[in-house]
Design a protein. Structure first.
Ligand code: ADP
Length: 262
């Protein structure tokens, strides 16, 4: 496995990434993959070349969000060729595009999971990318930490939901990022509120949260809230996330602006 000067893995010789950003969460189901996909779409809309490495092997959902099916091709050099999304040509690599039965990964132990993710980095012809977003396995256990140590990250985006123990998730992510000497670039509280379809009023159905407090305490630069969005749920179910309209994606604007300044 090729190692770079700082002991992190180097990508295949045909790959060149300008920025690598990990998207993490405290647990599954908070919308980490959805946010990863939305960030990728927003960056692509701004004209950047974007890729997604789906490192959430036991809950691989990125291909479904984009309606991608089938298996990855292998290049003449024996590297995996990412699959491109229909509208914005976002390059995706996921276990669900490599194995006929990706569910098998559920029984894999840590080292095997780490090895597979390493290969998604070293044995893929990513080409030239402005941004590679890594959809991390949920939690702060060994596997995500190993993955983060292997990749030359620019920083971490943390996704929480209001029911999540936001403060403790941010704290853990902060310590994780600190250990790796990379910044927490942003905090996304997903499903934070609902908007009344009649009067447009916002309701924080889960009450007021200590999110901003946590962000301040841990010096997170950007903190955004995403609404519960029935259209988003429908589009993701249909594999059409690229068709997201401005309403939800504009909530991510401040974070995408921040990623642009990296
Ligand atoms: P995770 O990656 O954290 O496990 P997912 O991104 O797969 O979570 O999201 C879990 C489910 O919640 C999906 O069905 C997704 O469509 C839905 N979902 C996520 N974010 C929102 C949102 N803001 N509004 C409505 N549904 C959402």
């Amino acid at each position: 496995m090729p190692l770079g000067a700082d002991n992190s893995l180097t990508p295949s010789e045909d790959s060149e990434m300008s920025h690598v950003i990990a998207v993490v969460s405290g647990k599954g189901g908070v919308g980490k993959s959805t946010v990863t996909a939305l960030l990728a779409v927003e960056l692509a809309k701004r004209g950047y070349k974007v890729g997604i490495l789906d490192a959430d092997l036991t809950g691989a959902s990125i291909p479904y969000l984009f309606g991608l099916q089938g298996l990855l091709k292998v290049t003449e050099k024996g590297l995996l060729e990412p699959m491109k999304t229909a509208q914005f040509g976002i390059k995706v690599v996921s276990i669900a595009l490599v194995m006929e039965n990706p569910e098998m990964a559920v029984i894999w132990r840590g080292p095997l999971l780490s090895k597979a993710i390493q290969q998604f980095w070293t044995d893929v012809d990513w080409g030239e990318l402005d941004y590679l977003l890594v959809d991390m396995p949920p939690g702060t256990s060994d596997v995500p930490l190993t993955v983060m140590q292997m990749l030359p990250l620019d920083g971490v985006v943390v996704v929480t939901s209001p029911q999540d123990m936001a403060r403790s998730v941010v704290k853990k992510a902060y310590h994780m990022a600190n250990q790796l000497q990379v910044p927490v670039l942003g905090l996304v509280e997903n499903m934070s509120y609902v908007t009344c379809p009649h009067c447009g009023e916002r309701f924080s159905i889960f009450g007021q949260k200590p999110l901003t407090e946590a962000a301040q305490e841990f010096n997170v630069q950007v903190c955004v809230e995403l609404p519960v969005d029935p259209q988003l749920a429908e589009l993701t179910d249909q594999g059409n996330i690229e068709q997201i309209t401005v309403a939800t994606s504009s909530s991510l604007k401040e974070l995408v602006d921040a990623l642009e300044t990296l």
